[in-house]
Design a protein around this ligand. Sequence first.
Ligand code: FAD
Length: 333
Amino acid sequence: MSLFRNFFIALSNSSYLNETARKLGPRMGANKVVAGNTIEQLIDTIEYLNDKNIEVTVDNLGEFVGTEALATQAKNEILEVMQAIKDYNVDAHMSVKLSSLGGEFDTELAYQNLREILLKADEFDKMHINIDTEKYDSLQQIIKVLDRLKGEFRNVGTVIQAYLYDGLDLIDRYPELRLRLVKGAYKEDESIAYQTKEEIDANYIKIIEKRLLNAKNFTSIATHDDKIINHVKQFVKDNNIEKDAFEFQMLYGFRSELAEEIAHQGDHFTVYVPYGNDWFGYFMRRLAERPQNLALAYQEFVSTETLKKVGLTSVIGLGALAAISGAVKFFRR
Ligand SMILES: Cc1cc2nc3c(=O)[nH]c(=O)nc-3n(C[C@H](O)[C@H](O)[C@H](O)COP(=O)(O)OP(=O)(O)OC[C@H]3O[C@@H](n4cnc5c(N)ncnc54)[C@H](O)[C@@H]3O)c2cc1C
């Protein structure tokens, strides 16, 4: 399993593949997990979900932002989405990555870009702005930026990754901020992160329970894992935790029926909706998480014609293609 995980994580980290894919718009089944690349497509998706009592957090996709111009462009795109959320009066907020705002080469630039976004969010009914967590290398940067911003803004929050040994302590650092709790999506070394599903799940439960008992702000439990969801439902009941204190979150395109069912039952629910041209890295991380997600890509991914069209064949190579095909067949049994 970790062979496939490593393989897709490696693809997600390829700037060449990301750049090639960016030119084409969502392909290979990614259109099932990315809400298109125009504001109109995004708003249609938000309206569809809002109709089902589901809020949206929008991720303006952006990978490999290595210049100030690209960071400024990403910030402007985020401001444009926020304006559209206001103009169309839909129920949505933003999830942003410091790396897309310049964080990979200039922390001050990322801070200033994020501050500008938060100032605009203040004008839009204090729209919530979540800082997504990325690889462990960038965690200290997020903490530094958040610690500077949290005195000035209350509508900013971040994500705690349960695979990190530090995860449980980080909960105590931000009781007053809105937090999203996740298992963690990147490949991290065993010196900093749990490696097995059992260890990660156990730490995730500890983090969720500690947070729900001590939080002074809203908590988002972001998982597709029904065992965890059922555990949380029982825990909030046993501890008289108000429905308005927490929500569940899932990624767009995953377990939609379960998401709608939970929202229908009256729990707060938010779907994370990625949008834009930078779909490749995001999509590869989803495949790394759960090889069954390959079923999404099956029809197109195994077609060499598609790969030729997007110019990936030479890079991925026939060996890798065979591995993907094999994985698809194995997991579809
Ligand atoms: C809204 C949201 C925001 C996120 N933000 C971040 C972030 O900022 N930083 C970060 O590092 N990670 C983030 N993640 C990703 C997260 O860390 C995990 O990598 C991802 O959610 C997969 O873990 P899981 O909790 O869904 O459970 P998994 O351990 O992947 O799955 C557990 C079980 O759930 C069931 N299941 C899972 N998916 C499906 C499916 N599609 N269909 C049917 N059953 C399924 C299966 O029974 C499976 O065994 C986010 C995830 C979500 C949902």
